[in-house]
Write a protein that binds this ligand. Structure first.
Ligand SMILES: [Zn+2]
Length: 124
């Protein structure tokens, strides 16, 4: 794992994370992972070696579903870290982008600014 300190640099490109399409276990801590868990893959798109959110240091990030261009744009603006989330599509036999992991404070700001409430927000 390359764990650089990508603290201050805005828009530091981080590799995407993946939504598992079958159950697995974290390669590092052996945590059981349900399908649709968000994980970091070690190399490329091989699901045999996956890291859970906490091992991948993504615990403090919140998932934002794609679909609303304005929201996505704002999230990128407000969040220091933006990580693309990919999911395997059985239909297309390829990975497709399903959303972003961003900082919860960015989502707070979007809710406030657009006066909306996202459903199913993860609790922190
Ligand atoms: Zn783990």
């Amino acid at each position: 794992m390359t764990e650089k300190t990508e603290k201050t640099k805005k828009a530091a490109k981080e590799p995407p994370v993946y939504s598992l399409h079958r159950a697995g276990r974290c390669y590092n801590c052996d945590l059981k992972l349900e399908p649709r868990s968000l994980v970091r893959l070690k190399a490329g798109q091989d699901e045999r070696e996956v890291y859970c959110r906490s091992c991948a240091k993504l615990d403090d990030m919140e998932f934002l579903k794609s679909g609303n261009a304005k929201v996505t744009q704002m999230a990128k603006k407000y969040s220091q870290r933006v990580i693309v989330v990919m999911q395997w599509s059985e239909l297309w036999k390829t990975y497709e982008r399903i959303g972003l992991l961003v900082e919860p404070t960015a989502i707070d700001k979007i809710e406030e600014e657009l006066n909306i409430k996202f459903e199913n927000r993860e609790k922190h």
